[in-house]
Design a protein around this ligand. Structure first.
Ligand SMILES: [Fe+2]
Length: 148
């Protein structure tokens, strides 16, 4: 079944080299999978499930973004403002979806969960990898300085 593709697994190649951020990413993936599993139980069940879990999920996402931004700010990551922008755009989009869900407007759990999955994966594998590489380079450079 094509639907199966939605389930995501964290892989070592997604590691950003910061264990607690990796743990948060794993949690995001787990949440995506849980929402997806909710979707498999049919539209009504999915909606009931979303009602119970969606706000908590949004809060966790915000908490994770704040943690990430704090680190990037501390190391003066040059791509921080762009990265922040991506976070903000995502939160806005998700909140729009959540609002239309809560007000009973059109909301298709499957479409939402797919968007979530694509965004989370791309973000972790591409954007977060960029700051991860920046941190690795920084470490290398400071290692060279220490040796000199
Ligand atoms: Fe991020």
């Amino acid at each position: 079944m094509e639907e199966k593709n939605v389930l995501v697994e964290w892989e070592e190649r997604y590691s950003v080299g910061i264990p607690f951020i990796d743990d948060q990413h794993k949690e995001l993936i787990k949440m995506t999978n849980t929402l997806y599993e909710g979707c498999l139980q049919g539209d009504e069940a999915a909606k009931a499930y979303f009602k119970d879990t969606i706000r908590g999920a949004v809060d966790y996402v915000k908490y994770h973004f704040a943690a990430e931004e704090q680190i990037l700010d501390k190391i003066k990551y040059p791509g921080l403002s762009k990265h922040k922008e991506q976070h903000e755009t995502f939160v806005k989009q998700v909140l729009r979806d959540v609002q239309s869900f809560e007000s009973g407007k059109s909301f298709v759990p499957n479409v939402f969960v797919r968007y979530l999955k694509d965004w989370v994966l791309t973000h972790i594998a591409v954007s977060d990898k960029m700051y991860s590489e920046y941190i690795q380079n920084m470490k290398k450079k400071s290692g060279q300085k220490a040796q000199a």
